[in-house]
Write a protein of this length. Structure first.
Lengths: 551, 292
């Protein structure tokens, strides 16, 4: 009979769904600032400051990710150590199956939780938010540290560790601390609700199947939430304390006798990802606005209100002015005219808040005139246009070759009027001209840009196509294909204006443009047997400089 | 294996009687009137439902398996069980709903796993853990077919779809396709006993050979059926790859006798094999003697 029992016991193992699996217990966490994907380290004193900010920020994040020490009692790791790249900053240098990577990037800041098995690391949770040169400073705020920690833990296969000592009372209850407001008298951002129900379980990672496997032992229900209370300080008050209490079952208490358990929101890991991502973004926008205004310290103390901060954030943007002259060598009468042209450009871009990505372009080619030799004597020619365009910029980081790809669809109005040579005789003299009075046309456009970013320059290659359709009977169509390169250098000073720091930058640019004009009716007086002329094409190249203000 | 010459003669007579349509087991009713497929099994406290259709005993002269009577080697025994293929349902997942679209979650039937597992050799996936595993692996299952996802998450080889309304279905993966191998009215209640009874009734057999070593067979069956002392059984010929038997398929290829049992597992001696039968393959279905 004993023999049979052994068989039955082993059969149970054989018949089960899993083979060998890694039992997940509260382990060590490595928190690493990704120095390869991140922005270049500042130089001089700023470099030391940046390093200190990382050390301090990492320790705050690590503490909020530690078992039982995170918001709502979340927290999954027994210990943590901080690294800057491969360099140990604080904690012990020991092996860890868990890694949080912080990317303080040029285009975005990212927080990634990874789990390692024999095949390598795999991403468990990932959050990204707009880049800010002050991101590491934000960790000085406990509320921000809680936001990042909770976002990662809420998306992880294990949210909080539950130990035997956590339970008390009958029916058994356990607690967790409330969200922290930092040094402020009130919460600065939206505080997420603590999960109403928790699932309590043991966890394994089945490497062969690349699946998480659980053994659910019970659940817990939130029975009370005690928000933090205001405590008076010298010059005001701060929020302290607060807790969330959960009630569970004796079965969970019995299971804890055999070892620690995990708890996670019953909605499942990542169920609140969208909300937590929004909350994180909200915090980042407010903090970035405060930091850009040089008022981060005040903001963290609650002395710089959120509304002002958000308004400031919404107003963050960019204005660029540029001027360029035609530099391609022109030939003939048309070339003579085009050589006299120059172009002014204005670009306004909203870089923060709800209208982020909105762009306004104004391009002006002032009227250029040229009197060119003609078959029947001097001929007057001219050209001018102006274009108002609204665009919206979508951008993403392709993680390959360039830092950012932008795609800008545009719509606008294009006024184009020209009197251009259309024919030359055997002696190279203009024998015919045509008026291209397209009036105000509806303009559609698309621009694609590739950007390489650094702390002090931005190089941008771009291609754009614009097409204007005249609504006049006498009108026609104008199509412009452009490609060019812009270089921005943040070389100028920062000028305070109405409390907003305006940063200046210089730019240089060159673009090549191919314009195709077509009319609705044949151009010029046709002699019998002549073929009709339906349009004119020309190419120009403008090089110039500009100035940029950003705030 | 025949223990004594007298036993050999006696069993030979029994097999011949069975072949002639005479009652096979002393005090038993193995060859009994058929029961409509899909009929609701008895309540939890009732005995295991009778298999449908008559059972034909092994034909031809009796050939006694050869070889010494020794205890099976544990390692090889288990290995053969582990790798045994064919129509052996072992791990079940019982669902209320099975979505059609990838990325959607099935709904598991809440069932007492400990109780269910104690009633037979069959194991059921814990509904709470399975449900939670779906949530833990949601990102990995976004593009996986729901049936495949259930199999991956629960490790089930057989899926019972038990909707609140309509017929219950038994599904298996056949040639990489989710295939309904049986469909019929569900059990009268959702207790583990009722579901186990319904399953064996639907399969139309009482047990399955998990492994053979020498003259021993390891058989998985229901705990209640194996609890009957000195029970005898028939191994059904050519049944190793069939999940469900029709009445016509219930033909014996060997006569077995229970020597040990624990829970839903029993060790049977091979008493006699049918003509030309030298081995009883894993997956072979077993019809148990029904003692009154």
């Amino acid at each position: 009979m004993r023999f049979l029992k052994n068989i039955v016991l082993l059969l149970g193992f054989c018949l089960g769904p899993t083979a060998v699996a890694e039992v997940i217990d509260a382990g060590h966490l490595r928190i690493e600032l990704d120095t390869k994907a991140g922005r270049a380290l500042p130089k001089g004193k700023k470099k030391d400051k940046y390093r200190k900010q990382w050390k301090s920020g990492c320790q705050r994040l690590g503490a909020a990710l530690s078992a039982g020490k995170g918001p709502f009692g979340f927290g999954a790791f027994a210990s943590f150590s901080c690294f800057r790249g491969a360099d140990l900053v604080s904690g012990d240098k020991k092996d860890s199956a868990w890694l949080v990577t912080v990317v303080d990037g040029k285009t975005e800041a990212k927080f990634v939780l990874k789990h390692k098995d024999h095949r390598g690391y795999s991403v468990v949770a990932e959050y990204s938010m707009p880049s800010s040169e002050f991101t590491l400073e934000f960790f000085a705020d406990d509320e921000f540290a809680d936001s990042v920690a909770y976002a990662l833990l809420e998306s992880a296969p294990m949210g909080r560790l539950l130990t035997k000592s956590d339970l008390s009372g009958s029916p058994p209850q356990f607690k967790g601390r409330y969200w922290r407001a930092g040094k402020a008298k009130d919460f600065k951002f939206t505080v997420p609700k603590s999960p109403e129900y928790l699932v309590i379980y043991r966890l394994q990672w089945a490497e062969a199947e690349q699946r998480w496997r659980s053994d659910v032992v019970g659940s817990a229900k939130r029975v009370s939430v005690l928000p933090p209370k205001k405590e008076k300080k010298k010059k005001g008050s701060i929020l302290v304390g607060g807790e969330v209490v959960y009630e569970t079952t004796p079965a969970v208490a019995a299971a804890l006798e055999k070892g620690n358990l995990w708890a996670q929101s019953s909605a499942g890991p990542g169920a609140q990802h969208k909300e937590t991502a929004e909350q994180l973004k909200e915090a980042q926008i407010a903090l970035a606005a405060a930091a850009q205004s040089g008022k981060l310290g005040d903001f963290l103390l609650g002395k710089f209100d959120l509304l002002s901060s958000l308004l400031s954030s919404t107003a963050s943007g960019y204005v660029g002015l540029r001027y360029g002259r035609q530099v391609l060598p022109g030939v003939g009468g048309l070339g003579t005219l085009l050589n006299k042209t120059s172009i002014f450009g204005l670009l306004v871009e909203i870089r923060g808040g709800p209208a982020k990505g909105l762009r306004y372009y104004y391009d002006l080619l002032p009227k250029a005139k040229a009197t060119v030799p003609g078959s029947g004597g001097p001929v007057d020619t001219s050209i001018q246009f102006s274009r108002h365009t609204l665009g919206y910029s979508f951008d993403f980081d392709p993680h390959l070759l360039v830092d950012r790809v932008t795609i800008d669809p545009k719509v606008g109005v294009w006024t184009f009027n020209a009197k251009l040579p259309t024919e030359i005789d055997g002696d190279g003299l203009v024998s015919n001209t045509a008026n291209f009075r397209l009036g105000t046309t509806v303009s559609l456009g698309l621009e694609v840009g590739l950007e390489e970013l650094s702390d002090w320059y931005t190089i941008r290659g771009w291609y754009g196509i614009n097409s204007g359709f005249s609504i006049l009977k006498t009108g026609g169509k104008v199509t412009s294909n452009q490609f060019g390169i812009d270089a921005y250098f943040t070389a100028g000073p920062t000028i305070p204006l109405f409390g907003v720091p305006l940063k200046t930058a210089l730019m240089a640019f060159y673009f090549f443009e191919s314009v195709n004009l077509s009319a609705n009716k044949p151009i010029g007086e046709l002699a019998p047997g002549d073929s009709s002329i339906s349009g004119v094409s020309y190419t120009v190249g403008y090089a110039g400089i500009g100035a940029v203000l950003s705030w | 294996m025949v223990k004594t010459g007298f036993m050999q003669i006696l069993l030979g007579i029994l097999v011949c009687c069975a072949a002639a349509g005479l009652p096979l087991f002393v005090g038993g009713d193995l060859a009994r009137a058929g029961e409509a497929p899909g009929k609701a099994p008895a309540a939890a406290s009732s005995p295991v439902a009778a298999p449908a259709g008559p059972v034909a005993a092994p034909a031809g002269p009796v050939a006694a398996p050869a070889g010494p009577v020794t205890a099976p080697a544990l390692a090889s025994w288990l290995e053969s069980v582990k790798n045994a293929t064919g129509g052996i349902p072992r791990q079940l997942a019982i669902l209320r709903t099975l979505p059609k679209l990838a990325g959607k979650f099935p709904e598991f039937l809440p069932i007492d796993k400990a109780k269910f597992d104690s009633l037979s050799y069959l194991r059921v996936a814990d509904f709470a853990s399975s449900d939670w595993d779906f949530k833990l692996n949601v990102s990995k299952l976004k593009k996986v077919d729901p049936f495949d996802a259930v199999i991956q998450i629960t490790g089930a080889d057989t899926v019972i779809l038990a909707p609140e309304q309509g017929d219950w279905k038994i599904l298996r993966k056949v040639e990489d396709e989710a295939t309904v191998v049986h469909s019929g009215k569900g059990p009268a209640s959702l207790t583990p006993d009722a579901i186990i009874s319904w399953l064996f009734s639907s399969f139309n057999w009482d047990g399955v050979v998990l492994a053979q070593t020498s003259d021993y067979l390891l058989v998985g069956s229901s705990t209640a059926a194996l609890a009957q002392p000195q029970i005898q059984a028939l191994a059904v010929s050519n049944s190793e790859d069939k999940l469900r038997l029709s009445a016509a398929e219930r033909k014996g290829s060997g006569l077995l006798s229970l020597s040990e049992n624990s829970g839903g597992f029993g060790v049977f001696d091979i008493v006699v094999l049918g003509q030309g039968v030298t081995k009883i393959m894993p997956g072979t279905k077993v019809i148990l003697e029904k003692k009154k």
